[in-house]
Design a protein around this ligand. Structure first.
Ligand SMILES: Nc1ncnc2c1ncn2[C@@H]1O[C@H](COP(=O)(O)OP(=O)(O)OP(=O)(O)O)[C@@H](O)[C@H]1O
Length: 456
């Protein structure tokens, strides 16, 4: 949808009456027009503002009719803004010059004296062209960056996820920056997407960037974009992720892995909520909601001097911690069934089901790679299973020392079994000691004594 910034039109002409007349005609249609009376001012304005179209005269001195100044101006505009539609204005006598301008990249020409209807028709066409170009640049970038919508098939039925869901519900619709923490594969990206879907920004873009893997040389261009010619490889204008996120959500993943020099550049943009494309002096507003994620302990990174404290404070207005899958045991079966369904469909296998021991094994496995590991495990199981029942061997899980499902209970001491049971029950109860004590039939104090004994 066009916004007011992209409806701004620049008019360059040395004749004040012409400027005034065109400005009024455009104003009557609701367009905002900026007037300048010479080529130098036209270029300055174009550098500082975002125009949707420029109308430029060909001659700026009373004694010239060659159109040379206009042609030069057109060339300079093309260098700075290759996509800006430019309409040249010309008198009857200089039609040849107008034709030459068209050959040099002008989009249309307007003959003086003009008729307002014709002027407005030309402007409308150029505005549509400008919108289409912006839209296609956006789509190009979005296609490169958008992940599939991960909020579909979202599963969180466990007690451990309840406080997480409550927190998301209460903050999703605010503008607050959100830091999502959790081990690898716990679903930080999925939660970021869910926050976006539940905010008022669901119709706007969700743009994600992996901050861990951006080489220093392209960092600013990746985030803030660049203009053609800003550096050797800048063959065309490029929209950065900040601009692409527009009024939507910008999701910065793996923020702890950013080098300190990059942290400084990010901080500056977040503090001022402004940025510039590389090579451009035009400042743009950063309007998106910020969600960031990490599997690291950012406070510990700050203490170790690897992460800027001021940046941490910019990022963590709200912190959401995702529990590991081993603390979300009730989610394992629904997740497993959902992945089984997904891969049965993908690999065209029907009638697959888990054996009871396979389900038990999955529930007591530690899942160091969390939901992503479960996902991959079941893709492999579906692919390799030769019968309808998926048993323990098809899961192909590594031996799990912390779990009696794969080591022998007989080999464990009473204390080890007790410690294991307490840990499992605590996880199932989302870390709530009272609930876990009740489930195990212990008094609160007896339960706490045991927790202390086992260092939990
Ligand atoms: N609640 C959920 N319901 C269903 N699937 C989920 C859920 N959470 C995560 N997944 C799936 O688990 C996988 C990992 O999720 P995601 O990439 O969001 O994790 P992450 O924490 O961002 O990982 P990393 O730290 O490695 O970037 C994805 O395939 C995702 O679809």
């Amino acid at each position: 949808m066009p916004n007011t910034a992209t409806q701004r039109i620049l008019i360059a002409d040395d004749n004040k009456d012409v400027l005034q007349a065109i400005r009024l005609a455009l104003k009557s249609e609701g367009y905002q027009a900026d007037c300048v009376s010479n080529p130098a001012d036209a270029l300055k304005r174009i550098e500082q503002n975002e125009y949707a179209t420029a109308l430029i005269d060909l001659n700026y001195h009373l004694d010239t009719t060659s159109g040379k100044e206009g042609i030069e101006l057109l060339g300079k505009i093309r260098e700075k803004e290759p996509d800006l539609p430019v309409v040249v204005m010309t008198a009857w006598a200089s039609i040849d010059v107008a034709v030459e301008c068209m050959r040099n990249g002008a989009n249309d020409f307007l003959q003086k004296p003009w008729d307002d209807e014709r002027l407005l028709a030309i402007v409308r066409t150029q505005l549509r062209l400008n919108q289409a170009q912006l839209q296609s640049q956006r789509l190009k970038e979005e296609n490169r960056t958008l992940r599939p919508n991960k909020a579909s098939g979202f599963i969180a039925q466990s007690r451990a996820m309840r406080p997480v869901l409550e927190l998301i519900e209460s903050v999703a619709d605010s503008d607050a920056s959100i830091l999502i923490t959790g081990e690898n594969g716990t679903g930080k990206g999925v939660i970021a997407n869910l926050i976006h879907q539940q905010s008022g920004k669901a119709d706007h873009p969700f743009i994600s960037v992996n901050m861990g893997g951006i080489p220093d040389g392209v960092f600013e261009s990746e985030l803030f974009g660049h203009v053609k010619g800003a550096f050797t490889d800048a063959k065309e204008n490029r929209i950065g992720r900040f601009e692409l996120a527009a009024s939507g959500t910008l999701f910065l993943d793996e923020v702890a892995n950013m080098p300190v020099a990059q942290q400084q550049k990010l901080l500056r943009a977040l503090e001022t909520r402004e940025f510039e494309r590389v090579g451009s002096s035009r400042t743009q507003k950063f309007d998106a909601r910020l969600v960031v994620a990490t599997n690291a302990d950012l406070q510990a990174e700050v203490d170790a001097g690897r992460f800027r404290m001021d940046l941490l404070y910019r990022l963590n207005t709200i912190t959401i911690h995702l529990p590991p899958l081993r603390e979300r045991v009730e989610d394992i079966e629904p997740l497993a069934n959902s992945f089984l369904k997904k891969y049965s469909k993908k690999y065209r296998k029907s009638g697959l089901a888990f054996s009871a021991t396979a389900l038990d094994t999955m529930k007591s496995y530690e899942w160091p790679g969390n939901i992503r590991e479960l996902d991959h495990c079941l893709e492999r199981a579906v692919l390799t299973s030769r019968k309808e029942e998926i048993g323990v061997p098809e899961l192909g899980l590594r031996a799990n020392t912390a779990s009696p499902a794969s080591s022998n209970l007989d080999d464990m001491s009473l204390e080890e079994v007790e410690a294991y049971l307490i840990r499992r029950t605590l996880s199932r109860c989302g870390g709530k000691a009272n609930d876990a004590a009740k489930e195990l039939g212990l008094s609160r104090s007896a339960f706490y004594r045991r927790m202390q004994r086992y260092g939990l």
